[in-house]
Design a protein around this ligand. Structure first.
Ligand SMILES: *[C@@H]1O[C@H](CO)[C@@H](O)[C@H](O)[C@H]1NC(C)=O
Length: 126
């Protein structure tokens, strides 16, 4: 029984290390006009949403994918932008020539960082 418990604990540790390893570093900006979107036209998807930059867009294959996004630090002189929270967003739009990896809704951005920062470093995970 004790042996099974420790196996479960080891498995849990390995699984959480793997999921951390799958987090990808990037940058995030924010936007405020959500409809229409490149993925869903005039359908409203709420505000916990994001737009994918060109390298992630993949002709729309990323539409509807859900990402857990964490602020990891500043990219500019706003010294401590991160709130310490993470946010789960759904990709609903394309952001061609975007300044960051993900363009978050202002609401999603404000959950993880001070919007005054404008652009932040993130980790994101599907
Ligand atoms: C998102 O990631 C953070 C940090 O890794 C974690 O604490 C949080 O539980 C995750 N949220 C969801 C909904 O997966």
């Amino acid at each position: 029984m004790a042996k099974q418990m420790s196996l479960i604990i080891i498995f849990g540790i390995v699984a959480s290390l793997l999921s951390m390893a799958l987090a990808t570093p990037g940058t995030a900006t924010f936007y405020t006009s959500y409809v229409p979107s490149a993925c869903y036209g005039n359908k409203d998807n709420g505000v916990m949403i994001a737009a994918a930059s060109d390298p992630l867009w993949a002709n729309g294959a990323i539409c509807g994918k859900v990402f857990n996004v964490t602020c990891t630090g500043p990219t500019n002189p706003v010294p401590h932008p991160c709130t310490g929270k993470s946010v789960v967003v759904k990709i609903v739009d394309h952001c061609p020539g975007c300044g960051g990896t993900l363009d978050l809704s202002k609401e999603a951005f404000a959950t993880i960082a001070n919007p005054v920062a404008g652009i932040i470093k993130i980790d994101y995970r599907q």
